[in-house]
Design a protein around this ligand. Structure first.
Ligand code: IVH
Length: 669
């Protein structure tokens, strides 16, 4: 009996490998499903403790999938970037100099734009999977990674290629780009915000709380390095990749060995031409010295190895036209013009909108309805209009008339000399309310999963909520009547709303949509006042006295609390935990770090970390975090989609750190 069941497991593993790793199935899907069912039946009849964790049925586990922060065996470094052929050749010269002109072979690989992970195998069994995290510590996502069929739960061991007792590999988890649209259609149907690009989709799917969600996503992986091994000698990177393939790992097939960087450059150019044909998002190439003893000789800096570099592809660009211009009302009443585009594919996502920022931007660039434009996306989350092709104008393009009335509630808009923004000042405007609630539920605020824009719109349109506190008195009967809200989604939404009561005071403060109060300012305010209650009693002077808080912010916060006492009372009555629990005292601050005594501004998305987490980490290392870039700022940490703060930093000559460089510095302490 036992041998039968084990043979069946072996057979299924073989077919999994043929299907998910080699892409050469030799049985039909139906036949494969039948084998799986047979195994499930046999396992049902056997005691639970007899089912091994590496059985093909054990991919989706129950319980919480996300776990603790775990130190990496060796830091997960990032790669230096080379821009242009000259810099690639400079990389080669550095390598040659250190290696005293010994012959060097280079491996050229595709740089997959996904989520870096580390997988640990003991005696051939997958025991742990971590995200990159800050490079030093990763997040335990074992439960989620187990659901990815291209990740073997048990390695193939043969006489010629026996699996070593301990093995740690690293690779990139990704989602095929043509499947992003399908996922987004479904997300939108469930009221969730669509993923901006395949990388975010991969990262979001691996870092979710529920491994059932991960299991449903078409995640895949390419293993790109053997990071640690006991009981196995390899002398080159290509040899390591061959061994890994033998163990059943999926490695990228377009990997080439070259004797010169001139040839690597040809590889690069070929893929610049062909990148759109690759079914997954590739943002450049990676060049690695092949010989492992040479790699050791070259060593690493704190940030990146000296034996490897990346060479990024140019930003994705495409041409499309502006079909119309709409004006959206934001959560603080700001009216933002948005270009509605003829839909185009760009870097794996279908793009239908591009922000035009404000009225002035439209005038400065002379953007008209009907214009042909160049749309660009440089790894950024938000695509931008790079150029207006005026030579393509036919004469029927229409200049845009910025409205004088709010497009939602019809209240006359307010223009002021102090700012370019045009505002709707009607606090009861339903567009603002919808945005405020969606923001309240967003990832950096109260993080209420399942409360995306589609659901929010329905809640407001059906008069079920008039402010964010009304979320806490929603009843299942009411929610269940909304479109697409079956009993499952209703239950889940109410559960998530209930869960949000545990949020910190800083998150609640972010969620309240106070002008000028983002994550950083919220942290600073709560660090000082320790509770929303104390902050809500403070006057402008008291708030302005806090270092890093300017008069505009102070005024805005004090006015908000003056005008919204009933809302705060309602939230308190709803039982939000942060009203009753003291904020923990600040943790001990490390001394003599890269961050000590320096002032930082964090902007854009850091992918692996929220901005709140980033500022906590900076403060724990003795740094100061402020919200706007000034002459006093030492560094701007610029994540994806960094905008005006980035421009300001360039203008003021403030040093800019990429998210990766920031993570490296965090890793130093
Ligand atoms: S090697 C020490 N090879 O790119 C360098 N990385 O900044 C180890 N990536 O986070 C990385 N494709 O997750 C390597 N073929 C490839 C890669 C690759 C994608 C990611 C990796 C890392 C980032 C480098």
């Amino acid at each position: 009996m036992n041998t039968d069941i084990n043979k069946l497991r072996e057979l299924i593993r073989y077919h999994e490998r043929k299907y998910y790793i080699d892409d050469q199935p030799d049985i039909t899907d139906a036949a494969f499903d039948a084998l799986m069912r047979q195994l499930e039946e046999l396992e049902k009849a056997s005691p639970e403790e007899d089912i091994p964790s590496d059985s093909p049925t054990q991919r989706v586990g129950g319980g919480v999938a996300l776990g603790s922060r775990i130190p990496h065996r060796s830091p997960m470094l990032s790669l230096d970037n080379t821009f242009g052929k000259d810099e690639l050749l400079d990389f080669g010269k550095r390598v040659q100099r250190i290696l005293e002109d010994a012959p060097v072979e280079y491996v050229a690989e595709l740089k997959i734009d996904g989520l870096g992970v580390s997988l640990l195998y003991e005696n051939g069994i997958l025991v742990r999977g971590l995200t990159r995290g800050d490079g030093e510590f990763g997040e335990d996502v074992s439960g989620n990674l187990r659901t990815i069929r291209a990740i073997p739960l048990r390695l193939t061991s043969t006489e010629d290629n026996p699996v070593p007792p301990v093995l740690e590999v690293r690779g990139e988890v990704f989602i095929p780009k043509h499947l992003l649209d399908d996922i987004n259609v479904q997300r939108e149907a469930e009221g969730e915000t669509p993923f901006a690009n395949p990388r975010n989709a991969a990262a979001g799917s691996v870092r979710t709380q529920d491994s059932n969600v991960t299991a449903k996503r078409p995640l895949d992986i390419f293993i790109y390095s053997l990071n640690y091994v006991e009981g196995l000698e390899v002398t080159t990177h290509t040899e390591a990749l061959e061994k890994l393939k033998g163990f059943g790992f999926k490695c990228n097939p377009y990997t080439e060995l070259h004797n010169s960087l001139e040839d690597v450059f040809i590889f690069y150019n070929q893929w610049v031409e062909k990148r759109e044909e690759i079914p997954y998002e590739v943002d450049g190439i990676v060049v690695k010295v092949n010989d492992i003893s040479q790699q050791r000789e070259l060593g690493s800096t704190a940030k990146s190895p000296r034996w490897a570099t990346s060479y990024k592809f140019p930003a994705h660009q495409t041409i499309t036209t502006i079909e119309k211009i709409e004006v959206q009302v934001g959560r603080t009443g700001v009216l933002t013009p948005v270009a509605i585009l003829e839909p185009v594919k760009l870097a794996g996502a279908t793009i239908t909108h591009a922000t035009l920022h404000n009225e002035q931007e439209i005038l400065n660039k002379d953007i008209r309805i009907g214009d042909t434009i160049v749309l660009e996306r440089a790894g950024d989350v938000i695509p931008k209009i790079n150029d207006v092709l005026k030579e393509k104008r036919k004469g029927d393009e229409v200049a845009f008339q910025f409205p004088d009335l709010c497009p939602t509630c019809g209240t006359p808009v307010q223009r002021s000399d102090a700012e370019v923004a045009v505002r709707c000042v009607n606090a009861g405007c339903s567009a603002q309310l919808k945005r405020r609630i969606a923001h309240y539920a967003s990832r950096n605020a109260l993080e209420i999963e399942g409360l995306g824009p589609a659901t929010v719109n329905q809640l407001v349109d059906n008069n079920l909520v008039q402010d964010v506190a009304d979320l806490y008195t929603l009843k299942a009967e009411e929610v269940g009547k909304l479109e697409r809200m079956g009993p499952g989604l209703t239950h889940n939404l109410l559960h998530q709303i209930e869960r949000s009561k545990q949020a910190s005071a800083a998150r609640l403060l972010v969620g309240l949509s106070i002008f000028h109060v983002g994550e950083t300012v919220a942290e600073v305010l709560i660090d000082h006042f320790l509770s929303i209650d104390a902050l809500s009693q403070a006057n402008t002077e008291a708030i302005e006295a806090i270092p890093g808080i300017g008069p505009q912010i102070a005024e805005s916060v004090a006015t908000f609390f003056e005008q919204n006492r009933p809302l705060i009372e309602k939230l308190k009555a709803a039982g939000l935990k942060c009203f009753t629990e003291e904020v923990a005292k600040a943790p001990q601050v490390l001394e003599d770090t890269f961050f000590s005594g320096k002032t930082f501004v964090v902007t854009g998305s850091l992918t692996d970390m929220t901005r709140t987490e980033a500022s906590t980490q900076i403060k724990a290392r003795g740094g100061k975090v402020t919200s706007s870039v000034t002459g006093k700022t030492d560094y701007l940490i610029a994540g994806e989609g960094a905008g005006s703060k980035y421009d300001k930093a360039v203008e003021l000559g403030v040093e800019i750190l990429t998210a990766e460089a920031f993570f490296e510095h965090l890793g130093e302490n």
